[in-house]
Write a protein that binds this ligand. Structure first.
Ligand code: RFL
Length: 392
């Protein structure tokens, strides 16, 4: 049977944070678009991930006039760098009054769905399968997909791949066009979502037993991250082992066992695929790059990509001016590499300074010297703060 045929300006594959943010901006700008998401809405609404929208992202939502509706969380004030159990509180708020916001990715995604789908009748199609991108001719592009109603073909001017690291968009770019640059850090994090809020400041900790962090994930919950071996699985970390290890690494015997909702092992790696475009197909967010979560930059880079790409698409569709679109990849890559550098710096500093078996006594002492500079040197602290806030 022939697929049903439809037409739009921009087809967005993937309805995660980047796809929904881009669709919201295009919708506000009067550019027709359709989002194709393989999961059902309830699943997308439940997915837990990042926790901080940096100052640059806050300003982007302010420009759209949606900051108060989309970003519910409190201002991101400070982080407790816990070194061998001793606290060093670093302020995150900028002197110019442009802080980030503690807003979980889940909260942002839910608010985007409410804004785009419920309030503005934006076109997000959940539960689609078999997405195929046709982007090889001189003419327009086409996205084929199936859903419960059968097979469909969506003709469009542009396709944006917002479908994450394991999506289909990147694979639709012919072999030899993209160059992959990547780095494996050699260790992983056990991520555990727990039924307890952060008491006081979010923590990034270093001890002889390795890295530990506790970051806010909403008003009632937080997520602990513990450095672990790449070969570990969640089954290697029963709850009692998890809590014993958290108390030791935090240097706080008073931390109580509470309900653990899920555990996941995340290998730490950095990846950039470039260029982030081919003909009428553009990649944004995790589809094009991954950063280790230490710098809290993954979601923020995804938002940066769609900020630049959204404006370029509007200029192309509304004014026929494709200059910004043609320059998309070279425009966003410098910030992507700055954030890769910051995330790698944070990752290596926080891990080398901990377990001496990791990279040896010399690296441990130089990493600790870097941390000491953060606490003691106003210049080092200022630069670090700029990266944390996304204003660097
Ligand atoms: P997403 O959010 O993964 O969305 C991709 C969407 O595409 C859909 N999809 C498809 N749809 C149609 N057809 C297909 N064939 C499809 N294949 C996939 C998926 O169902 C999904 O809905 O990617 P996006 O939009 O690029 O956003 C990137 C961010 O999600 C990611 O960078 C962050 O979550 C990374 N990250 C963090 N970032 C931060 O800025 N700060 C943090 O503190 C932070 N912590 C984290 C994180 C990522 C984590 N995970 C994923 C391991 C903590 C964790 C645990």
């Amino acid at each position: 049977m022939n697929p049903s045929r439809e037409d739009t300006r921009v087809a967005i594959v993937g309805g995660g944070v980047s796809g929904l943010a881009l669709a919201t901006f295009l919708h506000l700008s009067g550019v027709a678009c359709v989002v194709l998401e393989r999961r059902e809405r309830a699943y997308v609404e439940m997915r837990q991930r990042a926790g901080v929208v940096e100052a640059r992202g806050v300003r982007m939502f302010e420009r759209w006039g949606l900051a108060e509706r989309l970003l519910g969380g409190p201002v991101a004030q400070s982080i407790d760098y816990r070194i061998d159990g001793a606290s060093h509180i670093l302020e995150m708020a900028a002197e110019d009054g442009s802080p980030g916001r503690f807003c979980t990715q889940q909260m942002l995604v839910n608010n985007l769905l409410r804004e785009l789908v419920d309030a503005r009748a934006g076109d997000v199609r959940f539960g689609v399968a078999d997405v195929v991108i046709r982007n090889d001719g001189e003419g327009r592009a086409q996205v084929l997909y199936t859903d419960a109603g059968g097979a469909h073909a969506l003709d469009c001017d542009y396709v944006v791949g917002c479908d994450g690291n394991r999506g289909v968009s990147r694979a639709a770019i012919p072999h030899g066009v993209l160059a992959k640059t990547s780095h494996e850090f050699g260790y992983a994090w056990l991520a555990a979502l727990v039924e307890a809020p952060v008491a006081g400041h979010p923590v990034m900790g270093v001890s002889d037993r390795g890295f530990v962090a506790q970051l806010p994930r909403g008003l009632q919950r937080s997520r602990y991250y513990l450095q672990c071996a790449l070969s570990d699985t969640a089954q290697d970390w029963p709850d009692q082992r998890l809590w014993d290890e958290i108390r030791l690494r935090m240097g706080d015997a008073a931390i109580a066992n509470v309900v653990v909702h899920d555990k996941e092992v995340i290998p730490l790696r950095s990846v950039v695929h470039a260029p982030m475009q081919h003909r009428r197909l553009f990649l944004a967010g995790d589809a094009a790059h991954l950063v280790p979560p230490t710098g809290a930059k993954g979601m923020n880079l995804a938002l940066y990509d769609v900020d630049v790409l959204g404006q370029a698409l509007v200029a192309a569709v509304r004014e026929g001016d494709t200059r910004a679109l043609d320059a998309y990849s070279e425009t966003v890559l410098p910030r992507i590499w700055r954030y890769q550098e910051f995330s790698a710096w944070m990752t290596e500093t926080m891990h080398d300074a901990g377990d001496p078996a990791q990279r040896g006594a010399f690296r441990r002492m130089t990493a600790r010297a870097r941390l000491a500079a953060l606490f003691d040197s106003p210049a080092a602290r200022r630069l670090h703060g700029e990266f944390q806030r996304g204003t660097a």
